[in-house]
Design a binder for this molecule. Structure first.
Ligand SMILES: [Mg+2]
Length: 164
């Protein structure tokens, strides 16, 4: 398997179960966070309560940025405003340009920055290409619960095996 598709931490957890302490112990100071699937379902406009609480706690310890491939700036802006976090929509992950802009805005050593997302071929690949830490989390359903059978991820992992 190519290292470009390998998450530093394949957590198998929804984002709201990621330990803040573990992130701090890994030296992480800044978080770039994917939106659709990671913070809430793409089919939902409601940020789950436990996600909101996790974000609230995170803000005490980390500098945060939302980075979404969704071209709908209105949707991502509403979510970012509700959480009071800076954001980029239409980020074109796994292309590096916008992610690198965000990284330079964070003003932090790259090894102290992590990207958290639910997809390998966008979130994990762009993080690895930008030399930051990469954390794969479970995709959230419309009810805000981790999806048990995530076909996208199964397919991405299958394809990853055959990448050189
Ligand atoms: Mg996503």
């Amino acid at each position: 398997m190519s290292t470009i598709v390998k998450a530093h931490w394949d957590s198998k957890l929804p984002i709201y179960e990621i330990s803040h302490l573990k992130l701090q112990n890994e030296g992480i100071k800044s978080l770039l966070i994917d939106v659709d699937g990671t913070l809430l379902s793409r089919q939902s406009n409601v940020i789950p309560k436990n996600v909101k609480n996790w974000i609230k706690e995170s803000k005490k310890m980390f500098s945060m940025y939302l980075i979404s491939n969704n071209p709908s700036d209105g949707r991502i802006r509403r979510i970012a405003n509700e959480l009071d976090i800076r954001y980029k929509s239409n980020a074109l992950k796994p292309r590096k340009k916008i992610t690198l802009e965000v990284i330079s805005e964070m003003n932090e050593d790259s090894q102290n920055i992590a990207i958290i997302g639910d997809r390998i071929f966008t979130d994990i690949v762009v993080g690895n290409r930008c030399n930051i830490q990469t954390i794969l989390v479970k995709r959230l359903s419309r009810k805000g619960l981790p999806i048990k059978l995530n076909l996208t991820l199964i397919l991405e992992k299958l394809i990853s095996i055959f990448l050189i």
